[in-house]
Design a protein around this ligand. Sequence first.
Ligand code: CP3
Length: 325
Amino acid sequence: MPHALEQRTSLLQALSGANQGPPPIWFMRQAGRYLPEYRALREKYSLHDLFFTPELAAQITRMPLDRFHFDAAILFSDITVVAKMLGFSLFFAEGPKVAPAMTLERVDVLSIDEEALNPIFEAIHLIQSDITVPLLGFCGAPFTVASYLLGGMENTRLWMKHHPDVFFRFLQVIQKATLIYTKKQEEAGVDALQIFDSWANLLTVEEFERFSLPFVKELSESLSIPTLFFMRNGSPYIEKIPCAISLDENGSLLQARQRTKKPLQGNLGPDVLFEPLSIVKQKTTEILEEMRKDPAFIFNLGHGIKPQTPLDAVYCVVDVVKNFL
Ligand code: CP3
């Protein structure tokens, strides 16, 4: 077990390129359905209630820490909550949905309600008074958030193709709300913030440079705390990402390290956790060997942990990482 002070700071040390001990570890989607204690709460409350009741969001944020002693907490929320700042109502039915449906005409009349996400900042205060590891806030980058507000990738493609200027203005409004939202997360006390552009891999290079990268840069530069960036298949853009990079299991950490000095996070495939524990150990160790003594490395999955994941595999990974010499 690392010393308590070490655990309090190792993520922030890695984000500043100065981690000396074993890499900090946390998992994307660590607060969620693979946890029986989460599923028990979920039977009593709607997802919306869990996201917007500060005490419940705080309670869920803590769950994976109590069980696995991860080196960071991530706020229990969702990338789509920002839609509430833009006047949408949000509900969850096999994924996030908004009402009313977004139309081209609405883009220029959307306004921003700065108070709409206040329960989330209250949750951040509650969490911070209750944990000893760093707390990560997060947001979606405008492209990925837009793809949910437009009801999926098919409609998003139509907007991009036939109305690129309106689409761009839509991204700008989402960005404006997101800048306020992330600044307020920082003010409420998150220690670092991860930007998810999960679907940006579906963009061509030219589209990525227009519809993703400038927004990610602006978000990252607007905050004083460290930021991390996640997309699927992000390897082509490693040199361009302005902050720490979360690589998925399709990327190579070793090759990424040769291309950038920025902090790197990743990248155990979430499916590996369904393998026998001997394989889980082996794949975890391979990553640790690849990044041995790297002062700017954070151990994570390549993407979010899956709902059916066996808990034993999670215990196993944490144990191997924390005892790696
Ligand atoms: O990491 C964490 O533990 C913090 C919580 C968190 C959630 N969503 C909670 C959630 C985070 C960081 C997210 C990010 C998120 N949400 C992303 C980016 C990361 C990624 O996986 O690419 C995206 C694309 C979303 C959108 C979203 N929210 C989808 C597609 C879904 C439904 C499918 C799914 O994965 O469950 C959600 C709902 C959602 N967000 C749940 C949770 C725990 C499901 C909860 C439930 O059904 O009880």
